[in-house]
Ligand binder design. Sequence first.
Ligand code: ZN
Ligand code: ZN
Length: 133
Amino acid sequence: MNPRDAIVQITSTAICGSDLHLYDHYIPTLKSGDILGHEFMGEVVEVGPGNSKLKVGERVVVPFVIACGRCFFCEKQQYSACDNSNPAETAGYVGKALWYPMTGAFGYSHLTGGYAGGQAEYVRVPYSDVGLS
Ligand SMILES: [Zn+2]
Ligand SMILES: [Zn+2]
């Protein structure tokens, strides 16, 4: 979708206690059909032309937060406050619901951007040149 994206084929994933907040509606805006999963690892199967760090075939662990690596907060390594990865945040929606800014995150409701999570065969990883190890 974007030049810095990668596609990761999932080899291992987990259900986390934080997922219970979604099931219990403590975190709002989960929609029917949303794919959960914010703790996963796998093999890189495709890399966008804007990512020179990853190579197809590498095994990676993908962090919960999606961070651009270039904004005010990312440059201070405060990735969970990234200004650019959460469309709901940039629309001013998250501040009203959570009372604090929030990065984009995998599989964790539309408050964190509505990104599909890792309980899947494949995941699109935005800004895949940041955070993966
Ligand atoms: Zn978790
Ligand atoms: Zn950022």
